[in-house]
Design a protein around this ligand. Structure first.
Ligand code: 9D3
Length: 255
């Protein structure tokens, strides 16, 4: 897929996408990332991209025209129709379901605001969707755009190797991941749960599933729809709860 980022700091987003899975997706031709700086479309020696808000108040608002021209230049760079997404605290919260939907588009244009935001008329005319990445205050849309780029890139066919795909699978089922351990078996910080050393793959799968269910119940009950769980999962969660409520679930790993 192709992603165009309209931003005063397009190289910031490009740097975030240069490493690991996303960098590899670009090398493999699964993702092409392009930056468009509204300052390059701002006229005059000052190249001004913002102005004071009508009605008064603090901060500055991004001007329509440099953003409009940057978006149109991005559109014209490829004949495929682009979905334009504005990253803003006023947007709907980004979820993995939304990521899957965005990842299926051949083209996205991600619009990043700075200052107080962009002129509302530009949003009404050019933007298809407004998205936020969560309820905290960032300094601009670039980190949010980088989050979108990362999340959609890894869903492109061929972006993940087999191991990464398998790991992805467990999270896509809406549960938190189970704990992970590697060598050494004995360490001053604790030991590895016996079951993982047993070689009994059915028992290991059962333990991991129980840990996933239990951690989701403890940490993210909002993700857990107990009615929707199967009989086996409910039994595992009950077993986890029984152990937890008996206080046998030592947090220091020495259980
Ligand atoms: C301090 C400025 N605020 C005054 C009420 C409003 C405000 C404007 C612009 C707050 C943050 C921003 C910049 N943030 C983003 O562009 C942004 C964002 C975010 O801050 N949190 C979560 N998701 C996103 S997506 C874009």
């Amino acid at each position: 897929m192709r992603v165009d980022v309209v931003s005063l700091f397009p190289e910031f987003v490009a740097q975030c996408a240069a490493f690991g899975v996303v960098g590899r997706a670009q090398e493999r031709g699964l993702l092409s990332l392009h930056g468009w700086n509204p300052r390059d479309y701002a006229p005059g020696n000052y190249r001004r991209v913002d102005d004071r808000p009508f009605g008064g108040g603090p901060g500055m608002v991004m001007l329509i025209d440099p953003l409009h021209d940057a978006i149109e230049a991005a559109r014209a760079a490829d004949p495929r129709e682009a979905k334009v997404v504005y990253l803003t605290p006023q947007g709907a919260r980004l979820t993995q379901a939304k990521v899957r939907e965005l990842a299926a588009h051949p083209r996205l244009i991600l619009l990043c605001g700075r200052y107080e935001g962009v002129d509302e008329r530009l949003i009404e005319a050019e933007v298809d969707e407004e998205l936020s990445i969560g309820d905290y205050v960032l300094s601009g849309g670039e980190l949010a755009a980088a989050v979108v780029v990362d999340a959609v890139a890894r869903l492109q066919e061929g972006a993940l190797n087999d191991a990464e795909s398998a790991a992805q699978d467990s999270f896509e089922h809406g549960l938190l991941d189970c704990p992970h351990y590697t060598r050494p078996v004995e360490h001053p910080l604790g030991h590895v749960p016996e079951v993982l050393l047993s070689g009994n793959h059915a028992e290991i799968a059962r333990w991991r599933r129980m840990e996933s269910l239990g951690r989701t119940w403890l940490r993210r009950p909002d993700l857990l729809d107990e009615q929707a769980l199967g009989k086996a999962d409910r039994a595992l969660l009950d077993a986890f709860r029984a152990r937890y409520l008996q206080g046998l679930d030592e947090p220091d790993g020495d259980a």
